[in-house]
Design a protein around this ligand. Structure first.
Ligand code: HEC
Length: 119
């Protein structure tokens, strides 16, 4: 009686770990990590040519630094909208409308928004 009970406990602990912690966290991390790659790719986002952020390699300073993004954009959809089409908020911006002009795909912009939200 005692051994199987222990086994069940151990098995459910493993299942809880896998289900509740590992799976969602790794899915989130993968997406943000992918977004960072696309954002730093000079032929893709190239955000670093204008924006500084923690760990940025030789950033430009034509734009405000990307800091405290989660606090300033609690709604990730608003952050994504800024990346998709910054001309909506400011018609005279020099930031390229990555989504509207098809510079990046919807999926790529999703991943970048995920990453920027971690800054
Ligand atoms: C050519 C320069 C340039 C590039 C490249 C650029 N941006 Fe921007 N970005 C700006 C400027 C300038 C602003 C300031 C707001 C404005 O102009 O309306 C801005 C604003 C932002 C904001 C709002 C910041 C805030 O403080 O509210 C975010 C978020 C942002 N950019 C993300 C990105 C991301 C992500 C990329 C890469 C995919 C990127 N930008 C590429 C110039 C750039």
């Amino acid at each position: 009686m005692r051994k199987p009970a222990k086994l069940v406990l151990a098995a459910s602990a493993v299942a809880m770990l896998l289900g509740a912690t590992l799976a969602p966290m790794s899915a989130y991390a993968a997406s943000a990590e992918e977004g960072k790659k696309i954002a730093e790719d000079r032929k893709k986002g190239n955000c670093v040519s204008c924006h500084a952020y923690e760990g940025a390699d030789m950033p430009g300073n034509a734009a405000p630094p990307l800091v405290a993004m989660k606090a300033r954009y609690p709604d990730k959809a608003k952050l994504r909208a800024q990346i998709y089409d910054p001309t909506k908020a400011n018609p005279n911006t020099i930031m390229p409308p990555f989504g509207k002009h098809g510079i990046l795909s919807d999926k790529e912009i999703d991943a970048i928004a995920e990453w920027v939200h971690t800054l």
